[in-house]
Design a protein around this ligand. Sequence first.
Ligand code: PMV
Length: 311
Amino acid sequence: MRRSEGHAPGKVILFGEHAVVYGRPAIAVPFSAVEATAIAEEATDKGLTITAPDTGEEIRLGDHTEHPLAAMARLALETLDAPEPDARITIRSTIPIASGLGSGAAVSAALVRALAGYLGHPLPTPLLSSLVFEVEKLHHGTPSGIDNTVVCYEQPIYFVKGWPAEPVRVREPLRLVIADTGVPSATRESVGAVRAAWEQNPDPFEKLFDEIGAIATRARVVIEDGLVEQLGPLMAQNQEALRRMGVSSPELERLVDAALAAGASGAKLSGGGRGGNMIALATAQTSGRIAEALQEAGAVHVWETVVNATE
Ligand code: PMV
């Protein structure tokens, strides 16, 4: 039986969320402790059916639905110039939805990888990423493109909207603790709220975006030179700017404070904010203690992870 699997990891933004929508640089890394998987198999039914057992969804391409996954499959078929196959694609994901971990982009990327593999035409990464970006626009409205880029390339990236992503060479491993507030927050809404506030009063927002862009630029040098001790203070500055932008929340602040009190050298929200996830910078000695403190402070999920050195 014909069968093909596609996978894509989650992601965390280390620096630069929101400002990246306005052309400033940002840094993101794949987060492979969570991932989306798609399995494409031959089916006896006519046409393509996409099922997501975790959410109970069953989407038939033939029903002309506007569902983002149907839009993703249609765009992939058009690009491959392939007719709709008689197949079923089953999607599973361990990436929490609406939490800043790139779930939408990862599910789309896994789906296209499975479908293209099934049709015998795997897509090159830049093309895959640009297709996922098209569908990200349905999820987000005005996405920067950072999510699709990092989940498709699966490596740490320095990203400026509209430019090819540059790989970030990680000199010393970065030990992160990631914690989920459990408060779902749609990126489309937090990005929309920032846009509305920026339109009303552009000057202070432009200053915040510049400040965040400068932090991301500096952070790249720090990561590439292995100056890990300088990274925590940069995370604190980035969090302060996000707070002033209005995208933090009491739950995020509680987790950031708990991580710092437990010994993290820096902590900030990651992704769209107003809920979702935060990240804390740890060491081998402090990681366990920080994870425990985050759980005690109400996190619904805590992961300890390492961004490995690339050279
Ligand atoms: O919440 P996430 O994981 O989708 O990340 C969004 C990052 C933003 O900078 C807020 C939006 C964007 O498109 O870059």
